[in-house]
Ligand binder design. Structure first.
Ligand SMILES: [Zn+2]
Length: 312
């Protein structure tokens, strides 16, 4: 009787639970390197916040993870994907930058005893008003996935600049390329695989989120990524690239286009609204996240070009 009740419960509860999880499947991009790919567009109830990528590198002495996804539930799923590949312990999580969709899963890794590394330029974000606003927004948008049990986890090790380490015979190179998409941008290059985990310094297949980024410095960072000569690249959003050189151009062209158009408007004393309405954005209009991100990107770039022109 008790067994029957158990099966009945499973039959009633399990399908609902299974339905709640987003489909996730790790893809291999190098001998040791894997990643999971988030869905296109901005965070929403429909995608449960699974709109960013995360990577992991499997060595004979443990696993290194790059970014932790946008909720603890998604991070648990990522751990499940890692467990399908290896039983090696998860030693370290490198956080590319301190935006919600990349670090909200950290508590799941902390629970397993992983060490969290990030760049020290992210420190002011913790406890900031902007971070509190973002958390309130995510709690509302992504309940119950960002719920009562959610905790912001600080890094165990704050990097002051570039860093490198070796684990299980694999060489990891961390490059601080911020300020680009954010002040603290870290990319990870896996030497043996020639795989570059680029975080949000490169967006693929969607309009980048520019925020208050310094796009001039960002363009310089893209040059540093090209210098690593990666064979494959895992961006923070969108599919992995087997042709990184060509694919770095979407981010580069987008930033250049924003700077050209908004820079000209500032130089000619044209208001933002008039310049935005008059510009031809047709190259970007068909891309995911255009409606959520583009106008704000243009506005922030307009303000940046004003500051740059005053500084001249
Ligand atoms: Zn970001």
């Amino acid at each position: 009787m008790r067994r029957l009740a158990f099966f009945l419960l499973c039959w009633l509860v399990l399908p609902a639970w299974a339905e709640e999880l987003m489909p996730m499947q790790a893809e291999q991009v190098g001998k040791h390197s894997w990643y999971v790919r988030g869905l296109p567009g901005a965070a929403s109830r429909a995608n449960q916040g699974f709109m960013s990528n995360a990577g992991f590198v499997v060595t004979q002495a443990g696993v290194v993870v790059f970014d932790s996804l946008g909720t603890p539930v998604l991070a648990e799923q990522l751990i499940g994907e890692i467990r399908k590949v290896t039983r090696q312990p998860i030693r370290r999580v490198i956080v590319s930058h301190w935006h919600a969709d990349h670090y909200y899963g950290l508590q799941a890794f902390k629970k397993l005893g992983a060490e969290i590394w990030a760049h020290e330029a992210a420190r002011p974000v913790l406890g900031s008003a902007a971070a509190a606003d973002r958390l309130a927004q995510r709690r509302e948008l992504l309940a119950p996935w960002v719920g009562d049990g959610f905790a912001v986890i600080p890094a165990d090790h704050w990097l002051a600049g570039d860093a490198g380490f070796r684990l299980g015979g694999v060489h990891f190179h961390l490059r601080h390329v911020g300020p680009a998409h954010s002040p603290e941008d870290i990319v990870m290059f896996v030497e043996e695989d020639k795989v570059l985990f680029s975080g949000d310094t490169v967006f693929q297949g969607r309009v980048p989120f520019v925020g208050d980024a310094d796009s001039k410095a960002w363009l310089a960072a893209l040059d540093r990524l090209l210098a690593l000569q990666p064979r494959a690249m895992v961006p923070g959003h969108g599919p992995a690239s087997q042709t990184p050189r060509q694919d770095l151009t979407l981010t580069r062209d987008y930033l250049t286009d924003l700077r050209d158009k908004m820079g000209r408007a500032v130089a000619d004393f044209v208001s933002f609204d008039a310049a935005f309405a008059a510009a031809d954005w047709s190259r970007w209009k068909g891309l995911p996240a255009y409606h959520e991100a583009h106008r704000r990107n243009a506005f922030n770039t307009y303000l940046l070009m004003e500051r740059e022109s005053l500084a001249k």
